[in-house]
Design a protein around this ligand. Structure first.
Ligand code: EPZ
Length: 417
């Protein structure tokens, strides 16, 4: 089991090109299954979750390979409509292959997805909507078997909660079809818009992505397409956090500032100096950080739940008391116990974390609890005196293409063992 060894206490300084967004690349790779031809995907991050998606595509009969940040997919012939448990369990995002397989094959067999232990991670909203689109859904022995019983003709679906994955699954399940689907209370995350842009470039008809009302008009086929994945807004927040908590400065480029407004607002409030240009952002923590009274995670365009652990890690040495309220996942705070090992003063009351800034932190042996919690542990170790270790870094490698290399380029002292 690999681990990071981090010598804290050094200011980070330098430039970072932000990788393509994991949470955009994954649903787009599922959408590639719909293409009767070839897909070329650029700016696709080289991650274990992406490799898991590629394994699923190849299992279903596509010919798919990644070379650097380019992925080439030939999905002319899809020979299978079932994803085995061992492939489904590798990540959360495997669940969106359900919608893609249904669009292409009209029937699908999957199992419950894997992913971070942020809570029960149910898929009830996905399955309820899939039924409303005209598919039967039968669950037996861990398998979920769905079959097209009728086309959606003219269907209105409303999500009880603007679930990102459920929105993606509905778009994927409805885009090759006969009929029109209007989805209400859709998720508005930028990754949804990127998925819709990909589908529309291939001849699909998805309108209103990025708003809470998405209209999908089914088409017969989707055609060969080339697309570049949007930048990863959470990875951007991660490097902002590492620079802020070490009193350093960082220039992020190849980012989309429109996607990180809530995050920028929070770092401004804690006292960072931030300058943005078209596709870049400069952050400097040239004076001691101070507390943020209250931050609440919520759906886009509000403060993203995934950036919560990174924000908390930025505030552990800020002056005063900060309050972070988590409104999306039940178990988002699993990582806080790890930050406490470094001497952080954080109390948790259900979904509320109260951070009392401390003057210094000491080294410790840490473990990654999940993807963003693991990144937060690395960020906090960078701000601690002495040498810390962080193990179970496989969690981090699901979402960060080159965290260790990039941090080294920013003058951090970190190595992988
Ligand atoms: C996506 O997860 C992201 N993952 C998550 O990022 C992100 O935190 C989340 O959206 C919220 O923005 C990917 O895109 C691969 P949801 P997803 O469905 O789709 C409940 C990361 O770090 N819910 O919007 O699973 C659910 O339990 C990951 O990159 C149901 O109850 O998120 C949660 O409490 C972590 N029933 C809330 O909704 C359902 O059927 C939000 O879930 C579906 C969801």
């Amino acid at each position: 089991m690999s681990k990071y060894i981090v010598e804290g206490g050094h200011r980070l300084k330098g430039e970072v090109k932000i990788q393509g967004a994991k949470n955009s690349a994954l649903p787009i790779l599922a959408a590639a299954l719909l293409i009767s031809g070839n897909t070329v995907l650029h700016n696709c991050p080289d991650l274990s979750d992406v490799r898991a998606a590629i394994k699923i595509l190849n299992f279903l009969g596509c010919r798919c390979k990644q070379i650097g940040n380019d992925v080439y997919i030939d999905s002319e012939s899809v020979t299978c409509n079932a994803v085995p448990n061992e492939l489904m369990r590798e990540m959360r995002s495997s669940v969106v292959f359900l919608g893609a397989i249904l669009s292409r094959c009209s029937m699908a067999t999957v199992t419950a997805p894997g992913g971070c232990e942020l809570g029960p991670r149910p898929i009830d909203l996905h399955l309820k909507a899939i039924k409303e689109l005209g598919f039967s859904v039968n669950e037996n022995g861990g398998n979920i078997v769905c079959k097209r019983e009728r086309y959606p003709k003219d269907t209105e679906v409303s999500l009880d909660f603007p679930s990102v994955g459920a929105t993606e699954n509905i778009i994927l399940a409805a885009c090759i079809s006969k009929g029109r689907v209007v989805l209400h209370n859709a998720a508005k995350e930028p990754e949804i818009s990127d998925l819709a842009n990909f589908i529309n470039k291939a001849g699909g008809r998805v309108y209103g992505a990025g708003t809470d009302r998405v209209e999908i008009i089914g088409v017969n086929k989707l055609y060969s397409v080339e697309h570049s994945v949007i930048p990863d807004r959470i990875v951007a927040a991660t490097y902002m956090s590492a620079a802020a908590v070490t009193g350093g400065e960082v220039l992020l480029y190849d980012i989309d500032n429109n996607h990180i407004r809530a995050v920028v607002g929070a770092f401004n409030e804690m006292g960072c100096t931030i300058k943005t240009d078209k596709k870049s952002l400069f952050l400097s923590a040239d004076k001691p950080l101070y507390r943020i009274k209250t931050v609440r995670s919520t759906v886009y365009p509000g403060f993203p739940t995934d950036a919560g652990p990174l924000l908390v890690a930025s505030l552990i040495k800020a002056r005063g008391t900060s309050v972070f309220i988590e409104n999306i996942f039940e178990n988002r705070f699993n990582y806080i116990g790890e930050l406490r090992r470094l001497g952080a003063d954080i109390k948790v009351y259900n979904r509320v974390a109260v951070v009392e800034g401390v003057n210094s932190l000491h080294s410790a042996e840490l473990s990654c609890t999940d993807l963003r919690g693991g990144a937060a542990a690395v960020v906090a170790a960078l701000a601690s005196d002495g040498v810390s270790t962080i193990d179970k870094i496989c969690h981090i490698e699901r979402g960060y293409e080159s965290l260790e290399t990039t941090l080294k380029e920013l003058s951090a002292i970190i190595k992988k063992e």
